[in-house]
Ligand binder design. Structure first.
Ligand code: NAG
Length: 510
């Protein structure tokens, strides 16, 4: 249009984007309808596990005229819990295809089918006297969570103006935690976590999906997707004008065009390329370690089995559900605190402090569980440890990897990195959910020693390898990693070649 001169090749000054109502509502509609599902379904089987198990047991009795064997129950319950992340893995593998074919908004909308259908099935499972319906539904819900866990940050990141990208980026985590919290509240014995209420409790997951189906169609598709993938500039401009409150959007469109061109020139890395590309070796390893560490440090063992842990730590069964809600409050408070602190204290410090707290909490928890039969007061210490662990995890290891992940990859490799990262996230999530009950059965309190060890190893890796990325540009971060990878970035050669050799030989040795 008129002021084409704003879009010169020079770096454009940061334009202050304000929170326009359309942007806020689109964010709420997208995040509530999708990230929320993940949190809700991870936590919803935790508190009322006894009610659900007795439903399994009764159903089995009606069919076979004998009660369910303990081992069969353990297996079926492990399945109920852990087919969810397995579905998530499947979802994370198909998300990029879906998001490229149908668009970001399209992917989120289609994804609601994977929430509404299982919600109906689970709601009907009691009347149908079929616990298999719950297990099958959780696979599908997992696919739903896997798709939204990757598609939502993509959609929000592409809607946001530059200066709000970080804030909208944390929305996924915030809504996951809100989902966890609401699930904890609804599954209280006094609300829906009882023999009559549980079908409703499980079916409630369909409600946010329905709300999204009714509201999201009124919001625009990601303008970056419309322009870059679809080449439809008029629609992209319209969408951008709505999102920015009819401010001038030409400069931003120009930025997108430049980005599209750069991407075409640089090429897009496939997952296979990413895994074999020497210049991205340490970045890739770092993302894998951060994601695996996040899950294998035991957060979902705590989420899935919190009640069992509290009872083992000496809390009365009737009270443990309220302790879980208390833990949920801590989780929310610390995650919000982390969103503020991450720009002040930096990524590294939050991660290291977080893993330090988690590792220590696991060690002390082990000791408390071991000695509480002789010293009854130690049972309170056990609960304190769980609270400390949750605080530690939600200040760093939970939210920060998502920030670092976007910062250490450039545009061309980010989509492939997102696939690897999603796959590792769900796979490790599954491993913990599936293996932890058996490990706990076998070695009892000592199972938390394993988590302490993983916290320590992850912290050591972060200390040695992950640079502080706060306040650095993508190019600067890329240069730090280039040294470690032992490759040079041509443009900046004259400044940095002096260190390249020594750094590379010193640090590729582990
Ligand atoms: C199933 O229910 C019966 C009767 O209430 C009980 O004795 C048995 O321990 C239960 N089985 C499992 C695996 O919970």
């Amino acid at each position: 249009m008129e002021n084409k001169e704003a879009g010169t090749p020079l770096p454009t000054p940061p334009r202050e984007g304000r929170l326009q109502p359309t942007l806020v509502l689109a964010t709420l509609s997208a995040a509530f309808g999708s990230a929320f599902q993940y949190g809700y379904n991870i936590a919803v089987v935790n508190t009322p596990h006894k009610v659900l198990k007795s439903f399994y047991n009764e159903t089995y009795f009606e069919r076979h005229a004998t009660f369910m064997d303990e081992n069969v129950m353990l297996l079926l319950w492990s399945c109920t819990v852990s087919v969810f992340p397995l579905g998530g893995l499947l979802g994370s593998l198909i998300v990029s295809l879906l998001a490229d074919r149908c668009g970001r908004k399209g992917a989120l909308l289609i994804n609601n089918v994977f929430a509404v259908v299982p919600a109906v099935l689970m709601g009907a499972s009691k009347a149908a006297k079929a616990f298999e319906l719950i297990i099958c539904s959780r696979v599908v819900l997992g696919v739903c969570a896997g798709i939204s866990y990757s598609a939502l940050p993509m959609y929000l990141g592409e809607l946001a103006p530059k200066n709000l990208r970080g804030t909208l980026g944390t929305m996924t985590e915030v809504f996951v935690i809100l989902g966890v919290f609401l699930a904890q509240i609804f599954s209280l014995d006094a609300i829906l976590g009882n023999p009559t209420g549980w079908p409703v409790l499980l079916a409630l997951t369909g409600v946010p999906a329905l709300i999204q189906l009714l509201s999201l169609p009124f919001f625009p598709e990601s303008p970056r997707y419309t322009l870059i993938q679809k080449g439809d500039e008029a629609t992209a401009r319209q969408a951008l004008q709505r999102l920015r409150g009819h401010a001038d959007v030409e400069a931003e469109l120009e930025d997108m065009r430049a980005e599209a061109q750069a991407e075409r020139a640089e090429g897009r890395l496939s997952v296979l390329n990413l895994c074999t590309f020497r210049a991205l070796r340490w970045q890739l390893l770092s993302v894998v370690v951060l994601m695996a560490g996040q899950q294998l440090s035991g957060i979902n063992a705590i989420n899935y089995y919190a009640d069992i842990i509290y009872v083992a730590a000496g809390v009365e069964a009737a009270h443990s559900q309220y302790v879980t809600v208390g833990a949920g409050v801590i989780n929310i408070v610390m995650t919000v605190a982390s969103a503020f602190l991450v720009e002040r204290l930096g990524r590294r410090r939050l991660l290291l402090v977080g893993y330090g707290i988690c590792g220590s909490a696991c060690l002390v928890l082990t000791l408390a569980l071991l000695f509480q039969s002789t010293v009854p007061e130690l049972s309170y210490l056990g609960v304190l440890c769980v609270f400390a662990y949750i605080s530690g995890h939600s200040i760093g290891p939970s939210p920060v990897p998502a920030v670092v992940r976007t910062e250490i990859f450039l545009q061309s490799s980010r989509p492939a990195a997102l696939v690897v990262d999603g796959a590792v996230h769900w796979l490790t999530n599954f491993i913990v959910g599936f293996v932890f009950p058996s490990v706990q059965e076998a070695i009892g309190a000592y199972s938390f020693i394993i988590f302490a060890g993983i916290c320590l190893l992850t912290a050591v890796y972060i200390y040695m390898v992950i640079p502080e990325t706060k306040g650095r540009t993508f190019v600067e971060i890329n240069r730090i990693f280039a040294k470690r990878n032992g490759v040079e970035i041509p443009e900046e050669k004259e400044e940095d070649t002096s260190h390249v050799g020594t750094m590379a030989t010193r640090q590729t040795s582990f």
